[in-house]
Design a protein around this ligand. Structure first.
Ligand code: SGN
Ligand code: CA
Length: 551
């Protein structure tokens, strides 16, 4: 496809392709950090409502087989920017630095006449390239009064640090709306990234949401007490709620006189600083009004026993359940703010006549464990963290269909070619992902029923197998390196390094990855077939690991 051409008095018209209209398509790409599909009502959440994300799903396509290529923030972002797997874009784990001189889709859009802006969490160490405007959180970003690095002309030499007052999700949205209303050129199409820190650890809610869910209790996932039998890497991880989620650092039991202790003094110190140092006095007072009474109760119930080392087994079990409830409440409060801010963006687009010529996307950098397997965090190629929510709404005028569910197998390396194709920009041959545009457009005629009925419609076109490769080990949560293949029905994984083990799951029978059937009777042919396919994918994507781990 050809690029956009500027005609007449500065009015941009599409040369061909999807943009048959006189208005080129804009892109608003909203991404959160660690948002589980389990906590989105459009994905069937039983624990919360996300009316605004659902509103987007009603206007677009909700993908039920959406996966990442490497379940971690930096790698995931590098995959989506380049449309390439981690080994090809070089950003294999969070200790790397993104090579910003390489090809990315914002650069290609910009060359084709788009204005590009990146606001919020970036997390790629090097500063952004390919954007006309960027305003990024430093590192992981802070929830309260966060520091941003901004360049109003995209030039790193003009970058400045700014600390802004308030709550991260709201500020990121404010900046995005400000860019839309007063900084972009309304004559040209745009691609705007709104990338939130939320709901990343340590799940700090906005002050206005602190009292939500206080009376709610949550059922433990059925595999909360998983014993990881048959799965050695799962036995080695350090991401259980019971052992690794910290009461001071994660669950905010930072009492002023320091009688409650973390298992790790450094973590305790960080936690105490995080809940006292960044907020101003009004924020601190509101925060304390909520958490101090909880802290007092916690001290009475568990504090002394933990300090004395006299916790019984029953106490430990109760503490584990308490931690889960506390985790869920804070996480869901943070999601409530995400959803409210998604609503603000949708309202803005609608009120300003932009909703009908803007592709709006909601996704997360990966999924997250909400207590499944007893865990928080991500990284594994198991379902909850391999999957990620994905909703894309292409306006009807561009052939987009509304309120549809797609079960096509898609992955975050597919976003780049999708955006490029939607914008009428040629997709370079070295991009490894595949455009999903046909999924956004190629839908059946709408049913007579409600949009909810239509959301149950499923298109079954793409049945491709997906490739996964995770590298960050032994850092932080000790998830061993692994790669694997996911077909619609099976997952075959190969852990390598300290743990060397194959794992095979029949997801139809075992959607929770509880029973590793690798090497079990009757799986020989299936395993052979999957290994062959896996090798073909490694060859196709040119992953050098195929030369070192051959079986
Ligand atoms: C931080 C978190 C980890 C998390 C990584 C990666 N610890 O290091 O729990 O796994 O980020 O997350 S924290 O104490 O700093 O919160 S990622 O999504 O950014 O890749
Ligand atoms: Ca993340």
């Amino acid at each position: 496809m050809r690029n956009l051409s500027i005609l007449g008095s500065g009015v941009l018209l599409a040369a061909n392709g999807v943009m048959a209209q006189d208005r080129p398509l804009n892109i608003v790409y909203i991404m959160t950090d660690d948002h589980s599909y389990q906590t989105i009502s459009a994905y069937g959440s039983t624990v919360n409502h996300t009316p605004n994300i659902d509103r987007l799903a009603e206007r677009g396509v909700r993908f039920t087989n959406s996966f990442v290529a490497n379940s971690l923030s930096g790698p995931s972002r590098a995959c989506m920017l380049t449309g390439k797997h981690s080994h090809a874009n070089g950003f294999t784990d969070n200790t790397k630095r993104f090579d910003g001189s390489q090809q990315t889709f914002p650069k290609l859009l910009r060359q084709a006449g788009y204005q590009t802006a990146m606001i919020g969490k970036w997390h790629l160490v090097s500063l952004p390239t390919g954007f006309d405007y960027w305003d990024i959180l430093t590192g992981q970003g802070d929830y309260y009064n966060p520091t941003f690095i901004r360049s109003t002309d995209g030039d790193t030499n003009h970058a400045e640090h700014l600390q802004r007052h308030g709550y991260s999700t709201t500020i990121t949205t404010d900046l995005a709306l400000d860019w839309l209303s007063s900084q972009r050129d309304p004559q040209r199409p745009f691609c705007l990234f709104i990338h939130h820190k939320a709901p990343h650890r340590t799940w700090m809610p906005d002050l206005q949401d602190l009292e939500l869910y206080s009376d709610s209790t949550y059922e433990l996932p059925s595999n909360f007490y998983d014993d990881y039998s048959g799965r050695r890497a799962a036995q080695e991880q350090r991401m259980t709620i019971a052992r690794d989620m910290d009461v001071v650092y994660d669950l905010k039991m930072a009492d002023r006189d320091s009688t409650i202790h973390s298992f790790d003094p450094t973590l305790e110190q960080w936690g105490r600083a995080m809940y006292t140092q960044r907020m101003d006095s009004a924020q601190q007072a509101a925060w304390d009004r909520h958490y101090q009474p909880l802290i007092a109760k916690f001290r009475e119930r568990f504090g002394q026993k933990i300090a004395d080392g006299t916790m019984s087994r029953a106490d430990s079990l109760e503490l584990n359940r308490w931690k889960y409830q506390q985790y869920m409440r804070d996480y869901l409060r943070v999601i409530h703010s995400v959803d409210r801010n998604v609503g603000r963006v949708l309202d803005y687009l609608k009120d300003n006549g932009l909703l009908d010529n803007t592709l709006v996307v909601y996704t997360s950098d990966q999924g997250f464990y909400m207590g499944e397997h007893g865990w928080f965090d991500k990284r594994f190629m198991y379902e909850e963290s391999f999957r990620t929510p994905l909703i894309m709404s292409l306006p009807a005028a561009y052939g987009g269909r509304q309120g549809i569910t797609s079960d096509a197998m898609v992955q975050n390396i597919d976003y780049a070619p999708t955006f490029l194709e939607a914008a009428g920009v040629a997709v370079p041959a070295d991009i490894q992902g595949e455009s999903m545009l046909s999924e956004l457009k190629k839908m059946k005629a709408p049913n007579k029923g409600s949009s909810r009925d239509r959301m149950n419609e499923t298109t079954k076109t793409k049945t491709r197998a997906l490739y996964y490769h995770y590298y960050e080990y032994p850092d932080e949560h000790r998830v061993n390196r692994h790669f694997g293949i996911r077909t619609k029905r099976y997952s075959l994984m190969r852990f390598y390094g300290d743990v060397n083990q194959w794992e095979l799951y029949d997801l139809k029978r075992d959607p929770q990855n509880m029973h590793n059937i690798y090497g079990k009777l009757g799986t020989l042919q299936l395993t052979k077939r999957l290994k062959k396919k896996l090798l073909r994918l490694q060859e196709r994507y040119d992953d050098p690991i195929r030369h070192t781990v051959t079986d």
